[in-house]
Design a protein around this ligand. Structure first.
Ligand code: SAH
Length: 398
């Protein structure tokens, strides 16, 4: 057991920590950079050494660890984590009792008072993601707490603490039964093929569930839909189930073709009736303009940073240009659904990008809907930085 370190908060930031700011930040806390051992327990104190909060040291892209408690004698043991996990599970009662949705997040980092940790649920299987070696040092207590709090079929884990928060290649199975491959789960009645032990991602991003449902239920009927950066194509699957005339999915990754075909197949849609293209979207845009292709609905959900052979894309520098390309291939009165998960881009800036792009293209528009994270991705009102998702539905008038 490593000894507890007392660390002093700089005077200007004391109120912030007292009011519940959870991130251990090197600019706010003296000497935190001196700590070397991941998982070291730290007491945050004021200049008179008075206790403010308790947390753990764990290097992550966001900072150097998280506050977990405001009790000086708190122990970060199984009982502590059990209490957090059970509170988080109780908040998702409506999800657990739904037969339409069997995949959702059950514990969302700071939104459920454990920064650096998430837990997802896939029809009886749980998948824990560790975002630092620091939180991983508590794994025995956390896994035991999860086991005692749930009727799990099996538990898997993703270690996201290689350099820059990358995934550590490893077997992801922890205990219980081994999940089928694929494991079929449901979201809003739609089937997803999930692979719990096949690299960093399982096949779908659970944070878009409300956006997908809206596309299916409100917008897709009779429309042509282009889904760019389509990954396993689940936006297209929802659109097709909503009665889209045709879907076109475009992604650079070779794997996206069989993966997208599979997501259609598990929903009883013949993938041959849909278009699935493996190509750099920026090449596809040129081709579509040349051929004068236009779509009624165009979806773009790019990664925050991406480098392909020819193009480097970053949300903060290049989203306006991307929007211009989307506008060029959207029909009059069509809809652009522009998404970003880049936490450092505010909705205000994102709207500025949208405005600039439409002005440059000399088109008028109206924002019809804006989506942020769904309910299961709980966000703390003390840490809005974790409220990363922004999805804007934009009607193009002319
Ligand atoms: N919209 C998807 C998730 C997108 S993840 C969903 O809802 O499931 C980002 C995807 O962008 C990855 O699959 C990656 O292969 C793809 N990608 C990154 N750069 C690309 C590019 N230049 N052209 C096409 N696809 C790209």
């Amino acid at each position: 057991m490593t000894p507890i370190k007392n660390l002093q908060v700089k005077p200007n930031f004391i109120t912030q920590y007292k009011e519940g700011f959870p991130l251990l930040n090197g600019e706010f806390i003296l000497d935190i950079n001196m700590i070397k051992t991941e998982g070291t327990i730290v007491n945050i104190v004021d200049s008179k050494k008075k206790f403010i909060a308790k947390g753990y040291f764990g290097k992550q892209n966001k900072g150097l660890g998280w506050v977990l408690s405001y009790k000086e004698n708190e122990k970060f043991d199984k009982e502590f984590f059990k209490d957090k996990i059970q509170t988080a599970l109780a908040k998702r009662e409506a999800f657990f009792s739904s037969s339409d949705t069997t995949a959702f997040r059950v514990l969302n980092g700071t939104g459920d008072d454990i920064g650096g940790l998430t837990i997802d649920y896939y029809d009886g299987f749980y998948c824990i993601t560790w975002y630092s070696l620091g939180i991983y040092t508590f794994r025995d207590a956390i896994i035991e707490a999860l086991k005692e709090s749930t009727d799990y079929k099996g538990i898997y884990q993703k270690k996201r603490f290689a350099d820059n928060g990358q995934y550590v290649e490893d077997k992801d199975f922890v205990c219980g039964e081994i999940a089928p491959e694929p494991l079929i789960v449901k979201e809003n009645g739609v089937n997803f093929a999930i692979y719990l032990d096949d690299g960093p991602m399982v096949g779908v991003f659970l944070d878009q569930k409300d956006v997908r449902k809206t596309i299916r239920d409100i917008y897709a009927k009779g429309k042509t839909v282009l889904n760019t950066f389509s990954y396993t194509g689940v936006f297209s699957v929802y659109a097709a189930l909503g009665g889209a005339k045709k879907t076109t999915s475009v992604d650079l990754a070779n794997r996206s073709l069989p993966k997208t075909q599979e997501q259609f197949t598990v929903n009883n849609i013949d993938p041959n009736t849909q278009e699935i293209i493996v190509q750099d979207v920026f090449e596809y845009f040129k081709y579509a303009v040349r051929k004068n292709f236009k779509f009624d609905i165009v979806i773009a959900d790019p990664p925050s940073f991406a480098r392909s052979k020819k193009v480097t894309f970053s949300v903060s520098k290049d989203y306006t240009k991307l929007l211009e390309q989307l506008i060029a291939i959207t029909n009059k009165n069509g809809m652009i659904i522009a998404s970003t998960n880049y936490a450092n881009l505010s909705i205000v800036r994102f709207k500025e990008f949208i405005d600039k792009a439409f002005k440059r293209m000399k088109c008028s528009y109206k924002i019809e809907e804006i989506y942020t994270l769904p309910k299961d991705f709980a966000v703390s009102d003390k840490f809005y930085e974790d409220d990363y998702l922004k999805v804007v539905f934009i009607r193009k008038f002319s």
